[in-house]
Write a new protein. Structure first.
Length: 448
């Protein structure tokens, strides 16, 4: 058997990047995907002049390696950069949208935090380092920056990224950069200044918020089109190690032998039939929480909305007791997302904050969302466009104690040479993190 046949299970972005990179290096790659399209959480849908995103809307380009990858695959030519007004991000406070400050003067003037809250931030460099190796994002923020920053900046921010709450997420795993700043410099403020030079040297480039002409979904489409062997509509039910190598089972079909197998499927899809590992390991893996999330893509005529929608979108702090987590001003962010004279909004509901609400059916949830939008952005009347997608399990929560889960991955790989585990459940959930992880994984597989 050739030493160069690799099976990749799951055509999420990590699996696609791994397959593309290994194929380029001369490996024979077979990518298996249960759905009829590649992309996993990434899904762009076109409907007339509306172009909506069911999953990620944007990716933050800040790493040279990711940029080089996009360049090499031709994706950089398709890149669209977010409207500069996207710098403006709104937070709901006392029922009113207030812009997050983007400058020192803005920070002094903002009504988001009281004078006491602002002075509390200035004390940050004088707060000593935590001795707790695995603190929650909430504990860290409250200790270093105070309750107001936790309530009106970090709480909504965590809802916007992880669809979850800062009370359960681990700082070290969910926001490793903040953890490192405290550990290395003893302060976020000093660390941000001192670390800027270091970050530049480590391959950081000017940050850019991007998508592609045909939406984020253009990325999986282009990557998959460059692969020699993609088996769509093929759900793998079992991975088995035999004398001649790894074999995969899908229905009555068997594929193999392969030298290596990369598993890029979400943790809630793992079971002991798919992967023969210890029950205790499987139980730990299945304990990882993926909160349910509803995404509404809503279009309005511009004259139906009184707010100018001049920014990235808005986030809602838990303290405001609302039903929506926040919304993106999608047609402000990128051109050609809505017909002329219309706005497109992407609204998020549920998450770890209100899991039951997020799982309500469209007929029950839509009126709640529309009522709230009327109140927050002054939208009136029936939307010109409505689409609702429900993610029963959206984004893995890197909870406190996630170390144990990472150790399980390490030991599964050690006990099964040739089996590699990769996806947003390990080393970052963002699309750029997944791209970086796919590239690193390809190197690991190639070097055996
Ligand atoms: C609603 C939402 C909004 C988001 N917004 C952003 C954002 O704005 N910016 C950002 O950077 N990130 C965002 N993210 C996060 C990011 O999109 C994901 O973390 C990332 O795309 C996950 O990629 P992955 O490689 O882990 O694979 P996944 O996308 O999880 O794909 C796994 C694939 O495996 C397949 N599969 C499962 N089981 C099997 C099997 N047995 N056999 C074969 N195939 C199988 C699935 O069908 C799927 O295609 C968002 C995520 C969600 C859900």
């Amino acid at each position: 058997m050739s030493k160069e046949r690799i099976a990749i299970i799951g055509a999420g972005i990590t699996g696609l990047v791994t397959a593309y990179t290994l194929q380029k290096q001369g490996f024979e790659c077979h990518l298996f995907e249960k759905n009829s399209l590649p992309g996993g959480a990434i899904k762009t849908v076109k409907s007339g002049s509306w172009q909506v995103e069911y999953g990620p809307n944007t990716m933050l380009l800040k790493d040279k390696t990711v940029k080089v990858f996009l360049e090499e695959t031709g994706l950089l030519d398709q890149k669209v950069t977010a409207n500069p007004s996207a710098e403006k991000r709104y937070i709901l406070k006392n029922g009113k949208l207030e812009a997050l400050p983007g400058s020192v003067t803005g920070a002094v003037k903002t009504p988001l935090f009281s004078l006491k809250g602002k002075f509390r931030v200035l004390a940050e460099p004088f707060i000593s380092k935590s001795t707790n190796p695995d603190q929650t994002v909430a504990e860290f923020t409250k200790r270093r920056l105070g309750q107001q920053i936790l309530d009106y900046a970090i709480n909504p921010f965590v809802a916007g990224i992880f669809a979850n709450s800062p009370d359960s997420l681990s700082l070290r795993h969910a926001f490793p950069m903040m953890h490192n700043l405290e550990q290395e410099y003893g302060s976020l403020i000093w660390g941000s200044f001192a670390g800027a030079k270091k970050r530049k040297q480590s391959g950081r480039i000017k940050r850019e918020l991007i998508s592609f002409r045909d939406g984020i979904g253009q990325m999986p489409t282009i990557l998959a089109s460059k692969l020699d062997t993609v088996h769509l509509n093929t759900e793998i039910s079992s991975i088995e190690k035999m004398l001649d190598g790894w074999h995969l089972i899908s229905g009555k079909k068997q594929y193999g032998p392969f030298d290596s197998v990369v598993l890029n499927t979400p943790l809630y899809k793992w079971n002991t039939e798919l992967l023969s590992i210890k029950k205790v390991q499987m139980a730990k893996i299945q304990s990882v929480y993926y909160p349910p999330l509803s995404v509404f893509c809503l279009g309005f005529r511009k004259d139906q909305v009184s707010h100018p929608l001049d920014g990235f979108g808005f986030l809602v702090p838990e303290k405001e007791n609302r039903s929506v987590l926040g919304a993106l001003f999608s047609s402000t962010l990128f051109e050609e997302r809505a017909p002329a004279g219309h706005h497109l909004l992407t609204v998020f509901v549920g998450g770890g904050r209100q899991p039951k609400l997020g799982s309500l059916e469209t007929e029950k949830l839509l009126p709640i969302v529309l009522d709230e939008l009327r109140d927050i952005i002054g939208s009136e009347g029936e939307p010109a466009f409505i689409d609702h997608v429900y993610w029963p399990k959206s984004i893995p929560a890197y909870h406190v104690g996630y170390d144990e889960i990472l150790q399980v991955f390490d030991s599964i790989e050690n006990q099964n040479p040739g089996l590699y585990l990769a996806g947003n459940y390990r080393h970052g959930i963002s699309v750029p993190d997944c791209i970086l992880n796919g590239l690193k994984l390809a190197d690991r597989v190639a070097s055996g």
